[in-house]
Design a protein around this ligand. Structure first.
Ligand code: NDP
Length: 284
């Protein structure tokens, strides 16, 4: 058996088209969504991500505002910029590109973003809403993961979902979303004993580890849907956390890296921006 390869690029492009038509509807109602992206420092990968985010805005009719600042920017200057953006009615979503330079406290910065403009869904208020099941702004990569599963026709309800990774930006939120979709979840991490005993029970396996080709064929149940969130930069190029060539022989569906979850993350950021714009139009 060879797995169906889930095309994240194609799915993301369909979602962008849907977003573009939602944006033109909003414009008819006098709502112009706007996203501010703040980039501090010169991390090359961050520059690529920000460029792709701007491109996504342009494609869908969302206004984008870019704030590029040098590595030496002071924490209080960044906090002042966020305060300004919180008050700016043209800005519905604020994204601070991570990682930040070491001298800036990431937690403090994320806490400073107005939760209604927190399109990354990292503010504790939005994390809390996700826990209690009434989230509005959900972290983009986890949301994109669920969307890929649904649009690929994967039944989630009642299935065993195993998530390898428990970070605040991927592992935990994707687990909460799968639970809300009525999967039975197991969250594994670096202290999990006999990891493959867990992963082999997965109907849906999510890898968010950050270790190249860590999930091998012997760790995967026949017919599982495998979503590879990992992005590892090797000399030979990008690769995921799943040994794609091996695992595709046993899985029923699998995402490639690149071209799987990655493109979905930006599509979900655009989606969150229009959700935020709509919410703000109701309350202001
Ligand atoms: P973190 O480093 O924050 O978390 C990694 C998780 O993997 C931790 O929970 C860690 O466990 C667990 N882990 C590490 N080693 C093992 C092991 N040997 N066995 C089991 N679990 C292990 O990474 P992120 O969650 O931020 O990202 C994960 C991957 O996803 C990365 O490759 C990242 O680049 C990628 N990513 C991709 C995105 C996209 O848009 N496609 C967006 C965000 C991330 P413990 O908690 O015990 O340390």
């Amino acid at each position: 058996m060879s797995a169906t390869i889930i095309d994240g690029k194609q799915t993301s492009s369909e979602i962008r088209k849907e977003i573009a038509s939602e944006v033109s509807e909003l414009k008819k109602q006098g709502i112009q969504p706007g996203l501010a992206v703040v980039l501090v420092g010169d991390d090359p990968a961050s520059h690529v991500y920000v460029k792709n985010k701007e491109k996504g805005c342009e494609e869908t009719g969302i206004d984008s505002y870019k704030y590029e600042r040098p590595t030496k920017m002071k924490e209080e200057e960044l906090l002042a910029l966020i305060d300004e953006l919180n008050k700016d009615s043209k800005v519905n979503g604020i994204l601070v590109q991570l990682p930040l330079p070491d001298h800036i406290d990431e937690h403090k910065v994320l806490m400073a973003i107005d939760p209604e403009k927190d399109v990354d869904g990292f503010h504790p208020i939005n994390v809390g809403k996700l826990m209690v099941g009434n989230a509005v702004l959900v972290p983009c990569t986890p949301r994109g993961t669920i969307e890929l599963l649904k649009r690929s026709g994967v039944e989630i309800s009642g299935k065993n979902a195993v998530i390898v990774g428990r970070s605040n930006i991927v592992g935990k939120p994707v687990s909460m979303l799968l639970l809300q979709e009525n999967a039975t979840i197991e969250i594994c991490h670096s202290r999990t004993k006999d990891l493959s005993e867990h992963t082999k029970r997965a109907d849906i396996l999510i890898a968010a580890i950050g270790k190249p080709r860590f999930i091998t064929k012997d760790m995967v149940k026949d017919g599982a849907a495998v979503i590879d969130v990992g992005v590892n930069r090797l000399e030979t190029g990008l690769c995921g956390d799943v040994d794609f060539d091996e695992v595709k022989e046993v899985a029923s569906l699998i995402t490639p890296v690149p071209g799987g979850v990655g493109p979905m993350t930006i599509a979900m950021l655009l989606k969150n921006t229009i959700i935020a714009a709509t919410q703000q139009a109701k309350t202001n």
